[in-house]
Write a protein of this length. Sequence first.
Length: 206
Amino acid sequence: MRATGLASLGFFYCDFRDDQKKGLRGLVSSLLVQLCGHCDAYYDVLSDFYSAHDRGGQQASDSELLQCLKQMLELSEQPTVYIIIDALDECPRTSKIPSPRDEVVDLVEELVTSRISNLRICVTSRPEADIAPVLDPLVFRSISIHAERGQNRDIAEYVKSVVNTDREMRRWKARDKQLVIDTLTEKADGMYVIRSASCFNPCSYL
């Protein structure tokens, strides 16, 4: 759909190991750059924004970047925009108020409640205590991977493959290998919950 111009896609992976990928500024900046490459109208919005800030000589605030993103998304007669935010729970919770995670959660809430008709959002995250209460009321469709037997089976197969192909672990006794496989599979705990929110109406879906 993106290749034929029927949709635009912005993808962002939250990574606590990378300062540019664990907060609001990195997320919004990435989405702006990705979207402007899909559509001339989005490019024009970002170009005007760039010129208004002295062609990069004046640093834009987080709120200004966010307004630029919303201006793009609110353009009329544009194809559907899909935004995927992966591993939201990896945004850190810090003593700063609001924390980087709070800012990203607030952004998701703001975009969903703005009811932009051609916007679809998918968020993946563990159901952390500070995330679930905000996102749960917004969710159109929620999938718990933790509850899927296939997820646990895939984790077990991956762990088994690593244990049986690693040069050092291949020398272990069979019972030790099995202990590692069983323990790591159990501790994996199903990994992520996927949440998707439609910003239009109950008949819309990602």
